[in-house]
Write a protein that binds this ligand. Structure first.
Ligand code: FE2
Length: 201
């Protein structure tokens, strides 16, 4: 486990404890933690070197940093949530994907633009096409608004400087309080000739 992961787990655990002492309801706790992390990571030095060692031009790196259900004693204070680090090499993008859960990015290092939109389901077919007609430039240590599963939930993250790597934390929350232990993004396949991205249901 990386030292960043251990530091983040301590910070999140402290945040849940503080939030529960302040009376934050369980279903609002993930958003509280998201703001808490943005503030606290901006105020204290963030050691990301071990995550930067994972930078790879072949494929972007994902690491599950935190799952509330793994934290004995704290899970009763919060709806289940998970935090995953996305590490991008210069210019690299994640694949386009969506989620069955709420999700939102928090940039902690470098420069990232998020392209997002929706999936147009093709009639009478198991496939759809991603329409990413919007974008937002992430601001470091400022948690972005969540996407909800039903709306504009199709997206990808792209390193924006073309010069340096970037790291974003992604928060995943199930609005219905279900476990998201095994809930990962739904990936698109890439059609080899045209490069078009299609769902592979
Ligand atoms: Fe995502």
């Amino acid at each position: 486990m990386s030292s960043f992961s251990l530091a983040l787990q301590s910070l999140v655990d402290a945040g849940v404890t503080k939030g529960s002492e302040m009376g934050v309801p369980g279903d609002e706790m993930p958003r509280w933690i998201w703001r808490y992390l943005g503030i606290n990571l901006s105020m204290s030095p963030v050691v990301v070197e071990d995550l930067l060692l994972k930078v790879s031009r072949k494929a972007y790196y994902r690491e599950v940093l935190y799952r509330s259900l793994d934290s004995q004693g704290l899970c009763k204070y919060s709806a289940p949530f998970a935090i995953v680090a996305i590490v991008l090499s210069p210019g690299q993008s994640t694949v386009t994907h969506d989620h069955d859960v709420e999700c939102g990015p928090l940039l902690i290092y470098g420069e990232v633009v998020e392209f997002y939109g929706y999936t147009d389901k093709l009639q009478n077919s198991g496939t759809g096409i991603a329409i990413l007609d919007r974008s937002r430039r992430l601001k470091v240590f400022q948690p972005e608004a969540y996407f909800v599963p039903e709306k504009n939930n199709t997206h990808r993250l792209q390193e924006a400087s073309d010069q340096s790597p970037a790291i974003a934390l992604n928060l995943y929350v199930d609005a219905h309080g279900r476990s998201i232990r095994h809930c990962f993004p739904n990936l698109l396949g890439i059609e080899s000739k045209s490069g078009a991205e299609w769902w592979t249901e």
